[in-house]
Design a protein around this ligand. Structure first.
Ligand SMILES: [Zn+2]
Ligand SMILES: [Zn+2]
Length: 381
């Protein structure tokens, strides 16, 4: 199958592609509640003759086309955000997951229509709850990705990063981690501070400690206190209990581990200095991208095939987080990358009025269909 056939089929399907997007865009559902979305996707996949697996305990589905090895995977997230749009709180597809579903579904439609037959299995992950950060982990836990050789995802890029007509072969998302802490001090009268342990002074020492933690400066990383609650209505009491939260970011998983280690050591030091008790609990964590070079090269080739030399851009580095990367961190044998699709998206991802150029959907459908063709060719060698 050559790229010309894919491109022609995509342009023939233009109106259907816009219609698929129109339906998904008009019917947003939030994380873990994508019930109608799951039903719609299952129906479309069955109509294409795919084998569909749905789950009793959660939304989302996995569809397969063909059988045996190799297994090439396509992944889309399916959830929307809950936010205020024009004065009304509602589910809203402001992260473009409606576009991602359209791209993956229509890439399959395009391949079918173009007469493609997978020499192995094409597996499509319609993953719930990306915005909650635990949707990918759920599919991993269910054993849905164990047999996947190559996995391709996609995310629309904001206009500041990439313009319409351009695409990149990977997205280098960073890692994020929240730490929740509690400090237990000793209460005392404001006139006799020497008899107490002031938790606000302990928290201040932690904030200062963060300032002297250093990781390799060529890898962006930050750690800061983003919440602190201590003291009450009586200003003459030395407070004995504080809760706080730290927000940690790092561009690689290795630096995140290092940052976390150094923070734990610093907090233990503060604990000793003040002779107090500080507990630290890890909250939700997002891992940084682990991009496979082979998968990235296949995506690069697919972009060249569909958009030409002028459409290929370097893979963007993004401070944002994405739960796609759990697939490769938890199952390192999977060779994965994400397509970064330029589409003149503004004002920004998660903005209630987010919009983008519809025509870019055609680029994305073509690239995803083409990367599937390329991956099967590569695996056959
Ligand atoms: Zn998002
Ligand atoms: Zn997203």
């Amino acid at each position: 199958m050559n790229a010309e056939t894919i491109k022609q089929t995509v342009s023939k399907r233009k109106e259907q592609i816009f219609a698929t997007f129109g339906h998904l865009h008009a019917n947003p559902e939030v994380s873990w509640k994508e019930v109608e979305t799951t039903a719609y996707l299952a129906e479309r996949a069955r109509a294409l003759g795919l084998q569909v697996t749905t789950f009793d305990d959660c939304t989302g589905l996995v569809a397969t086309w063909g059988e045996g090895k190799p297994v090439i995977g396509l992944r889309t997230d399916i959830d929307a955000l809950w936010q205020e749009v024009d004065g009304t709180w509602r589910a809203n597809h402001s992260c473009g997951h409606d576009a991602h579903m359209t791209l993956v579904l229509e890439a399959i439609e395009t391949l079918k229509e173009a007469g493609f037959q997978p020499a192995g299995t094409l597996k499509i992950l319609f993953q719930p709850a990306e915005e909650k950060g635990d949707g990918a982990l759920k599919l991993i836990e269910k054993g849905m990705v164990d047999d996947i050789d190559y996995l391709f995802g996609v995310h629309l890029r904001p206009i500041q990063e990439m313009k319409a007509g351009n695409a990149g072969p990977a997205i280098y998302n960073g890692a994020a981690l929240f730490l929740e802490g509690e400090i237990s001090g000793v209460a005392a009268h404001g006139a006799r501070p020497h008899l107490g342990i002031n938790v606000i002074e302990v928290a201040a020492a932690i904030v200062n400690g963060l300032g002297s933690i250093h990781t390799n400066p060529v890898v962006p990383a930050t750690a800061k206190m983003t919440m602190l609650k201590a003291g009450g209505d009586n200003y003459n009491i030395i407070p004995d209990r504080a809760t706080f939260a730290l927000d940690l970011r790092a561009q690689t998983n290795q630096v995140m581990d290092e940052l976390l280690e150094k923070i734990k050591r610093m907090v233990a030091g503060v604990e000793a200095i003040f002779d107090t008790k500080i507990t630290l609990r890890a909250g939700s964590r997002m891992v940084a991208a682990e991009v496979n070079e082979e998968a990235k090269a296949l995506m690069e080739q697919a972009i060249l095939d569909i958009l030409g030399e002028e459409g290929l851009r370097p893979a963007p580095v993004s401070p944002g987080a994405e739960d796609f990367h759990f697939y490769t961190v938890e199952r390192p044998q999977i060779k994965a990358t994400m397509l970064a699709l330029g589409c003149d998206l503004g004002p920004g991802l998660h903005h209630p009025q987010m919009s983008f150029t519809r025509e870019s959907l055609l680029d994305g459908v073509g690239i995803l269909a083409q990367v599937v063709v390329r991956a099967f060719e590569k695996a056959a060698k």
